[in-house]
Design a protein around this ligand. Sequence first.
Ligand code: SF4
Length: 169
Amino acid sequence: MNYLQVAGFLDNSLTNGQGLRSVVFVSGCNHRCDGCHNEIMQDFAYGDKVLIEEVLERIKSNIPVIKGVTFSGGEPFEQAQDLSKLASDTKKFNLNIWCYTGFTFEEIINNISYNKQWMKLLNQIDILVDGKFEESKKDSKLRYKGSSNQRIIDVKRSLEKSEVVLFIP
Ligand code: SF4
């Protein structure tokens, strides 16, 4: 049985990616960004240990209203193996996957030989919003991201081209 440490869940959100989306917030993050918007979720023990199947059922209860599912946190790549399973199960219902991470796309790619689970998760993600939150670059007018250093990345096209391809929402 596979579990996720879940910090929170939103059934319907318009601010965590394009279109109406369910959002899974996972617990645990070591990035320690100044001005972190979800500081309580940095704790790896925060929230509840939930079966992946239960999270999937909650997502399914929002079909057909939602267009996709967003992983946020916390740091989703800290639970890459279990989130890759949830993502692949979710995509069977024709839902796309957005994922927020404090790592940069390049950091993830450079770590893949060391951490195979990261590649499994990355392969399931359609859009990655990457990079730590930087308070000095905070801009409340930005769509779907908190600070201007963060990028909204088309993962499939970036992997094909071996360079970052931005997604323009
Ligand atoms: S990556 Fe996100 S959750 Fe982690 S410290 Fe930074 S803002 Fe907070």
